[in-house]
Design a protein. Structure first.
Length: 368
């Protein structure tokens, strides 16, 4: 055992909950931000402002009907798996050859994991990193051995666990579909809370919404839940993270807080309770519907995709004669659900938790 301990110490392999579920998860969120979320923001800017070089196709893979095209933002988003995997490897202090080998591992794992792709990447990248670190510089042909072992072990593990993780994420989707059959009040609470929590967790709320075709009132509840998490965390953590944190979380992702949530789960209470309040307000009082692309229901304020989705739904409804016109009250309802209520409610709910010592200064700090 002493020899094993020395070997692990020499290889910087530390079996630690902090390293795996705080450091690695925090880094993974940054990798997701720099790929998927930046890509989403670039696509949104290009489409809404009609900026040619952001909307034109720059890469085409394949030919004919099976061809896949990518814009700049699309390429960024497609690299989300590699981005998360490399970020995790860096957090685990993986040597260069291991770090670079995580690129194909992350891509394959995210693809195989479906809606559970990010969570699958977390587990697989951690295991592949540690295995790669164990063999690194142990042979005279390290340039071959380390990448091959890292890639084969990573993709092999992904083949075993990515699909089951994706199935578990899909089970969340089945629960949501059950919730959509409830009365608007209870549906609003459940869909808002569950989709909002999924947004913050390392699973894809957008993929779940897209797979379920979550639109209409249920889509509006999903938008409310995502906004409660993103705007809620952005405002609640303003004293620690200032303007950088406000933008990164408010227009990026609340997943950046996952490391802090693991460290102190109580920080998750205010935005989650806020989502339980804004969800039924959206479905029962404002009758807010998201009739744009279903994927927008799970994006919240990320690049304002959720709000743009609601607006495109309004435009489509007007064109189809379903809606007379887009009114000032429509805009007021959207602003209240997306920004004002999440900010005010989360801040108010956090006040007593700070007084009771459940949330302390620094608990929400991000390394931005």
């Amino acid at each position: 055992m002493e020899a094993v301990r020395k070997f692990l110490a020499r290889k910087n392999i530390v079996f630690s909950a902090k390293r795996y579920f705080i450091d690695a998860m925090g880094a993974m969120a940054q990798g997701l931000f720099c790929t998927l979320l930046v890509g989403t923001i670039l696509n949104t800017i290009g489409q809404q402002l009609h900026i040619g070089f952001l909307t034109e196709v720059i890469v085409t893979l394949g030919k004919g009907e099976g061809a896949v095209t990518y814009t700049i933002g699309g390429l960024c988003s497609a690299m989300v798996g590699p981005g998360m995997a490399v970020a995790i490897g860096r957090a685990l202090e993986a040597p260069p050859l291991v770090l670079y080998s995580l690129i194909p591992v992350g891509f394959a794992t995210n693809f195989m994991g479906g809606a559970g792709g990010p969570l699958a990447v977390l587990f697989v990248a951690i295991l592949a990193s540690e295995i790669g670190k164990a063999v690194s510089k142990e042979t005279k042909i390290d340039i071959l051995v380390t990448p091959i072992v890292t890639v084969l072990s990573g993709i092999g593990i992904a083949a075993l666990i990515a699909a089951p993780i994706g199935a578990a994420a899909s089970a969340v989707g089945r629960f949501i579909m059950w919730a959509t059959e409830l009365q608007p009040f209870f549906m609003g609470i459940i869909v808002s809370v569950v989709i909002g929590v999924a947004l913050t967790l390392p699973i894809s709320s957008a993929a779940i919404c897209a797979a379920l075709g979550l639109t209409g009132l249920a889509g509006g509840a999903a938008v409310a839940g995502c906004c409660a998490q993103m705007i809620g965390f952005a405002v609640m953590s303003f004293r620690e993270n200032r303007w950088g944190g406000l933008v990164a979380q408010g227009l990026g992702t609340s997943m950046l807080q996952m490391g802090n949530i693991v460290r102190n789960p109580r920080v998750w209470i205010p935005p989650t309770l806020a989502s339980a309040i804004t969800g039924p307000i959206a479905t029962c009082l404002f009758r807010l519907e998201m009739n744009g692309a279903a994927v927008s229901s799970g994006m919240g304020t990320c690049g304002l995709v959720g709000q743009i989705g609601v607006y495109t739904g309004w435009v489509s409804d007007v064109a189809a004669g379903i809606k007379a016109a887009v009114t000032g009250m429509d805009w007021l309802d959207l602003v209240l659900i997306s920004f004002v209520l999440p900010a005010v409610l989360t801040w108010l709910l956090a006040v007593p938790l700070r007084k009771w010592g459940w949330i302390k200064d620094g608990d929400l700090a991000l390394d931005l």
